[in-house]
Design a protein around this ligand. Structure first.
Ligand SMILES: [Zn+2]
Length: 154
């Protein structure tokens, strides 16, 4: 997604996962709260004044309370998610995107801005069928339940 971007666990740089994941959500929250403690007041309050260890659920709680910094963090994450989904849609034109993993536990807080970003970045959006963007029914457990199911079949 980002030439010479952040290093990734896969050995490459600038991978989507570094910008649109639960880990990215925490990083955005920690960086923004540290950079602007006034705007980050609520997040810092929730984590006893420490920016470095702010958790995803603290960001979610603050966003649900309407905290501007936490909502901006969600918007940044959603923008990257929507951008990547638009790229995938321009290649594959799927009927639906199902978001799983840790970020999917955020519900509408994530889904609404992701859908907006997806539309913003989708090339030729008025001429192609619009994919639905939904959350995985099993949320952050989808991967482990799938792995368990696969093991059961063998
Ligand atoms: Zn990677």
């Amino acid at each position: 997604m980002v030439p010479d971007g952040l290093p990734c666990g896969c050995g490459s740089r600038g991978c989507w996962e570094q910008y649109a994941s639960g880990r990215a959500l925490r990083r955005y929250g920690r960086e923004r709260a540290a950079a602007d403690p006034v705007l980050g007041k609520r997040l810092l309050e929730l984590n006893e004044g420490v920016a470095d260890t702010i958790t995803g659920s603290q960001i979610t709680q603050a966003a649900e309370e309407g905290d501007p910094l936490a909502l901006a963090v969600y918007d940044e994450l959603a923008d990257w998610l929507g951008r990547g989904l638009a790229d995938l849609a321009s290649l594959f034109d799927p009927g639906v995107f199902v978001l799983g993993g840790g970020v999917s536990d955020s519900g509408a807080l994530l889904l609404d801005p992701v859908a907006k970003a997806f539309e913003k970045y989708l090339i030729g959006g008025v001429h192609r069928p619009r994919a639905d963007v939904v959350l995985a029914t099993l949320g952050s457990s989808a991967g482990i339940v799938g792995a368990g199911d696969l093991a059961r079949q063998h």
